[in-house]
Ligand binder design. Structure first.
Ligand code: 5AD
Length: 438
């Protein structure tokens, strides 16, 4: 009988890509996707461990899936990804109906793990980190025919004191540039995909033999059929002039970057072990804007890190006002067991209400700046890559080369095409547009 699966994804783009990988492994083993968890032989939940909130959400969802299991006891439930890696067998104690706990380096053996779980009463746990596993040779089951996320690196060699990722994904491992280029070349030539987003935890620290990140990026941008290239997320320390020059000189590389800053205070940056200063970060931003004047910048910021005083937070607000980001993801510090920041002295802890207040002030500032910047773009004519039908109404949803979302009227056949549109309005965060040619 045909075997079926259901995969749910939480967390970052790497997880979205890992789910495409898991689905590829299952498809190769004869599985097909179903449209509800109730119909599936195997349910996989791909999880995130970056903040406590993310884990709580997943635990809630896993508990809910017990209903499916009660009605259809042969269904196997697997928890995958970073939370599975972090908790291992502990997860089984918290959710006894879970049949499999599968870390990010064990997806190649999904068919065997499923087989094992189906024949054993006890849960199957595979959370071995494998420094050699970068999933070379496996076919992803891609969701989009318009843009492709290409994982080029897994794991991380930085040791930011707040971050669980090195614990859950291990050290940095980079893929062979030849297979990356072959994969992108094939997707462009055979599947007509034109936009590629290179993916890695600190993607610009990529190196494989003599091939560094600027070299790989340039080669990708020059492949026939490749029209837009992006990458995420770079670490400020690995942002070199050479890389920015490649970006500036290659027409296919989009004028956009997500450059996490985390804090505007040198004291806090030091305790986070970010390995750059506020001044150093601002110098990188100045270099980006010097060589790519229209570049759109976004960032990640944590508030309430241990020891963050009012003056430190003011420095963060000041940095945001100085850089004027197009967008920022803002987070309240969440202590992750096993990370160095949890060992800081208790008196350094920032009270919840103070952190919450800072978060709200920061969000207000970020939104104000984003809205001002976006308002100043209304009336501009720009190229929009149409991605899909928008959730509401008869509109299509696409993106500018600066990664801004635009809703425009048009027929479904436009999905995958580049449409020239005039930006007619903005909600502050997204745009409406009107086509003026394609
Ligand atoms: N608490 C809050 N935010 C965190 N991030 C990473 N770890 C933590 C944590 N312990 C944020 C960082 C990172 C983004 C993906 O998540 O800003 O860039």
């Amino acid at each position: 009988m045909a075997k079926t699966y259901w995969v749910e994804t939480y967390g970052c783009q790497m997880n979205v890509s890992d789910s495409e990988l898991m689905e590829g492994v299952l498809a190769a083993d004869g599985y097909s996707q179903v449209s509800t968890p109730e119909e599936a032989d195997v349910i996989l939940i791909n999880t995130c461990a970056i903040r406590e909130h993310a884990e709580r959400r997943v635990l809630g969802r896993v508990a809910e899936l017990n209903r499916v299991k009660k009605r259809r006891p042969e269904t196997l439930i697997g928890v995958c990804g970073c939370m599975a890696q972090r908790l291992g067998t502990q997860l089984i104690q918290q959710a006894q109906h879970v049949d499999m706990v599968i870390g990010p380096d064990a997806y190649r053996s999904l068919p065997q793990l499923i087989d094992q779980a189906s024949r054993s009463a006890a849960a199957v746990v595979d959370v071995d980190l494998n420094p050699a596993e970068n999933y070379e040779g496996l076919e992803l089951r891609r969701k989009s025919r318009v843009s492709a996320w290409i994982p080029i690196q897994r794991g991380c060699n930085y040791r930011c004191t707040f971050c669980i990722v090195p614990h859950t994904r291990g050290n940095e491992k980079n893929r062979d540039p030849r297979t990356i280029l072959r994969e992108i070349g094939r997707l462009a030539q055979e599947e007509g995909i034109t936009e590629f987003i290179l993916l890695g935890q600190t993607v610009n620290s990529y190196r494989y033999g003599d091939c560094d990140f600027p070299g790989l990026l340039q080669a990708v941008a020059r492949l026939p059929g490749v029209r837009r290239v992006r990458y995420t997320s770079p670490h400020p320390n690995d942002l070199t002039r050479e890389l920015v020059e490649v970006m500036a000189n290659e027409p296919a590389i989009c004028p956009q970057m997500h450059l996490p800053v985390q804090s505007g205070s040198d004291e806090v940056l030091k305790r986070m072990a970010r390995r750059y200063t506020r001044e150093g970060y601002l110098a990188k931003v100045a270099m980006l804007r010097e060589l790519i004047p229209n570049i759109a910048l976004s960032t990640d910021i944590i508030v309430g890190f241990p020891g963050e005083a009012d003056a430190d937070f003011e420095q963060t607000l000041d940095l945001v006002s100085t850089v004027r980001y197009d967008d920022a993801f803002t987070f309240r510090y969440s202590p992750r067991e096993g990370t160095p920041s949890t060992r800081m002295r208790d008196e350094l802890l920032v009270p919840d209400h103070v952190a919450q207040d800072r978060l709200e002030r920061l969000i207000t500032l970020v939104r104000k700046i984003a809205a001002e910047k976006n308002l100043s773009e209304v009336g501009r004519t720009t190229e929009v890559l149409i991605e899909k039908r928008a959730r509401r109404g008869m509109l299509l949803q696409g993106r500018t080369d600066t990664n801004k979302v635009v809703l425009i009227p048009g027929p479904e056949e436009w999905i995958g095409r580049y449409v020239t549109a005039v930006l007619t309005g903005t909600s502050g965060a997204t745009f409406t547009g009107f086509p003026v040619g394609s």
